[in-house]
Design a protein around this ligand. Structure first.
Ligand SMILES: [Zn+2]
Length: 289
């Protein structure tokens, strides 16, 4: 059976039609119309599905990758950068207009699933996929399947407490990982140290700036601690990094060493690797649901 994957992002909605082996047959991209709200997003997804399937009479499955977490109780979207989705029953509403069963999953789980099956996590049984971008999230894949956990929060390492009484987080807690190693958090820390307003790619070119080593050491300390906690509890076969922050090269040598130093074992060789699918992990993960 063919597969349709839809990645519902804050600025664009991407859709792919693939065969059973995830070979892409058709790919389309449209802007996300947040201004006209939820009903316009539903309509856009419907049109995307129609466009992707117009040349084919074959049956297909549909998976949708969404920003934000899904409530286990209601199935509704709990928090999302695409604000008009919050509190909406996207799965049922899409099923109503498409007359198809829809599988829905958050972006971190889709990322981890796609990387485990087609990307940098292939050939490993237990994959921990990490997204470090505007927010910080993660997903756990065991033997090719998403591990949701009893409370549906497995892998949500971005909101475990790194520093008691630390930075305020939008989630209501203090000291969450996300407030230290997300892209905006790293840029904020650089601004506090250097007075400069720079983007992450710009910051990493500041090798001659006297504040750079301080910024980098704080970053490595937090990155190391955050992932060492994951290794101590989950002990994955591989950790795959994604999101804008994953483009920083020193995470794969010095960052990895910072993790190793903090893990509760003197023998550790867990690979910490960069994603292979880039921005396409979301749509491929959606196809695999
Ligand atoms: Zn938080």
């Amino acid at each position: 059976m063919n597969k349709i994957g839809i990645d519902l992002g804050g600025t664009k909605i991407e859709g792919i039609l693939t065969d059973e082996k995830y070979i892409v047959i058709e790919r389309k991209r449209i802007p996300t119309n947040q201004i006209d709200g939820y009903s316009s997003i539903l309509e856009s997804i419907k049109n995307l599905v129609l466009e992707l399937t117009q040349e084919s009479n074959e049956k297909f499955s549909i998976g949708v990758c969404t920003p934000g977490a899904l409530s286990r109780v209601s199935g509704f979207i709990k928090n999302s950068n695409t604000q008009c989705l919050i509190g909406k029953d996207l799965k049922n509403d899409l099923e109503d207009i498409l007359h198809y069963n829809i599988s829905l999953e958050n972006d971190a789980n889709c990322f981890a699933l796609a990387e485990a099956k087609l990307g940098a996590g292939q050939d490993h049984n237990l994959v921990f996929g990490v997204i470090m971008g505007t927010g910080v999230g993660g997903g756990i894949i065991i033997d090719g399947k998403i591990h949701h956990g009893r409370t549906n929060i497995a892998g949500e390492w971005g909101h475990h407490c790194l520093h008691v009484g630390g930075n305020n987080c939008y989630c209501g807690n203090k000291g969450c990982v996300e407030t230290y190693i997300s892209g905006p958090a790293l840029e904020k820390n650089w601004h506090q140290l250097s007075g400069l307003n720079q983007s992450l790619p710009e910051i990493t070119k500041n090798l001659d700036n006297s504040n750079f080593d301080t910024w980098k050491n704080i970053f490595l300390e937090n990155f190391g601690l955050a992932l060492a906690n994951v290794v101590d509890i989950l002990d994955p076969d591989v950790i795959v990094l994604g999101g804008g922050v994953s483009n920083i090269d020193f995470l794969y040598d010095q960052g990895k060493n910072a993790v190793y130093e903090k893990v509760f074992s003197d023998l550790i060789d867990t690979p910490i690797v960069k994603n292979k699918l880039g921005d396409s992990a979301g749509v491929f993960g959606a196809c695999m649901l």
